[in-house]
Ligand binder design. Structure first.
Ligand code: SAH
Length: 356
């Protein structure tokens, strides 16, 4: 029995790359939006018509949908007893496919996570990287020594993929976070905030909408700020091109969402040192607000635990890390901060308030 269990699991793990590729394919074909446009339920032939799948591929589309339904990406009603080819099966949306429908579409995030050149292919070089004694990151090894934040400068399509993914991810999670108990309270009492490494400003805009009296700014690299659609708009959020290792504009609070996990401990201490210079004392309301994972925090379901460690490996290829509480504490103290408070949010992430 045990031997069989291992045998099935070996097949299962060996096939997992097909799972994210099948999901990418469904998104590329526009299947979640097609189901939505059909009123929330669609048969295989409805889907073929709406997505432009060739009629010769109907039976293959049924097999793709059967696989995706078994992963929980779509739901199905029960098949009619006399249905031999699955044509009567009706597909509906589930929580994960619902956020891949056109409006509020999270597909740019999926496209970045499973992007062949900058994500998938890098992991196939992992074995060689482990054998190498140099300080080169896995990402740099695969990209001719170029780190991700230089590649965004040289490769317009990677820059766009990165900025679009960050915009939908931070917009979605900030709106959800600001609705959660405890989420909104974190920003109470602030008069100004700078979102460092804030991409195209989706998080800063969400904060500015929820707290119109807070003066919000975004600091990011020139290649990111120059492409930000918001940078030319109404001025509710100020966009600043610059390098966070050199200086951070002064504010009540510095916000860092998915920034510190891109870097090793030494770089994090340097970034946090610049943050400390930008904010006032704790008594004057100064703090750094970090939105990231704290590995081990959050619900204990397997999907949460696995997502946290996969996230860590995803950042490991940059030379970054997802950290446990003790690892965070070490860099906070080293950067001269005195205290911190962790609030778990959104199922698998956390907000860490760090006080000078
Ligand atoms: N905060 C956003 C983006 C996170 S990705 C979000 O949560 O979606 C990390 C961001 O850090 C990128 O936008 C990248 O351009 C920016 N970044 C990297 N190096 C930087 C530097 N030296 N100075 C300022 N921003 C930097």
């Amino acid at each position: 029995m045990l031997l069989h269990q291992g045998y099935v699991e070996l097949y299962h793990h060996g096939f997992l790359h097909i799972k994210s590729a099948a999901l990418l394919c469904a998104v590329g074909l526009g299947i979640p939006s097609a189901i939505h446009r059909c009123g929330g339920e669609a048969t295989i032939s409805d889907l073929a018509v709406k997505t432009g799948v060739h009629p010769a591929k109907l039976s293959y589309l049924r097999r793709l949908m059967r696989a995706l339904a078994s992963f929980g990406i779509f739901d199905t009603d029960s098949r009619k007893p006399d249905d031999t080819d699955g044509s009567s099966v009706v597909y509906t949306l589930t929580p994960v496919s619902r956020i891949l429908v056109n409006d509020g579409d999270m597909s740019p995030l999926l496209r970045l996570l499973a992007r062949p050149a900058t994500s998938v292919s890098t992991f196939f070089a992992m074995e060689a990287w482990f054998r190498d004694g140099g300080a080169t990151t896995l990402f740099e090894m695969v990209h001719g020594g170029v780190p991700p934040w230089s590649l965004t400068k040289n490769d317009a399509s990677y820059n766009e993929a990165m900025n679009d993914a960050c915009a939908v991810d931070s917009g979605f999670s900030m709106d959800a976070m600001l609705e959660e108990v405890g989420g909104k309270g974190i920003f109470h009492g602030l008069t100004s905030l700078v979102d460092v490494g804030g991409g195209h400003g989706a998080a800063a805009m969400a904060i500015a909408r929820a707290f119109p009296h807070v003066k919000c700014a975004v600091l990011d690299l020139e290649q990111v700020i120059s492409k930000a659609p918001g940078s030319a708009s109404d001025g509710t959020v100020q966009f600043i091109a610059g390098d966070m290792f050199e200086s951070i504009p002064p504010a009540n609070a510095v916000f860092l969402r998915h920034v510190l996990d891109c870097w090793d401990d030494d770089h994090c201490v340097k970034i946090l040192g610049q943050c400390k210079r930008a904010i006032p004392t704790r008594d004057a309301g100064g703090k750094v607000i970090i939105m990231n994972l704290v590995v081990g925090y959050g619900p204990l379901e397997n999907v949460v635990k696995e997502t946290q460690v996969l996230f860590d490996m995803y950042m490991m290829r940059y030379g970054g890390a997802e950290r446990e509480e003790q690892e965070w504490k070490k860099i906070f103290l080293e950067a001269g901060f005195s205290d911190y408070k962790i609030t778990p949010i959104l199922g698998f992430q956390s907000i860490i308030e760090v006080f000078p």
